[in-house]
Write a protein of this length. Sequence first.
Length: 192
Amino acid sequence: MINLILALITGLILIGCGATAKEIRAKSLSERTDVFREVKEEGAPPNGFVDVVIKASIKTHLEGYYLLEPDTRHGKPEYPFVLNIDGQAVTWEVAGQVEDSPKYDEKGRKNPEGGKGMRYNLIKKLQIKPGLHKIFFALPGENKSAEITITLNERELSVLEFKPIYYRYDGRPTFEKGVSRFEVFLNERLIQ
């Protein structure tokens, strides 16, 4: 009986993970191509467009950290970040760098990103029309996503940042356990 209950619980967990993975796969495909464009040059956007900077940074454990870990993207040279705005999608493969951060901050508190791992930093500048936009952001390697609706104002640079909240171990968040969810900030103000 206990084995049956454990099998049912495991199945429900896997179904939940599968639904997220399925949604991420679907949202990584473009239905449109006219919503935004990535820009690398500096300067003001053309009339009728605004600049939006997309930022995200995560840290994962190094490849091989867990002895029996299934094949994951953790610690690999590149890590995928998915963005979908109003049906236009892009997947960026972001190069990682090994990072060894202090385990405690200057006040003696545990640093959630402390220790040796792989850091992936995403910073992309987009041009888009001002107004209301539905934005989907995901980390396929974590099966985690966030979906928000924001209003972008004309003649105003906006910075949209997705900050990871890591799973807890011994009551404290740690990057070694993976991403639990995101906090989303627009121009440094928490919106989700």
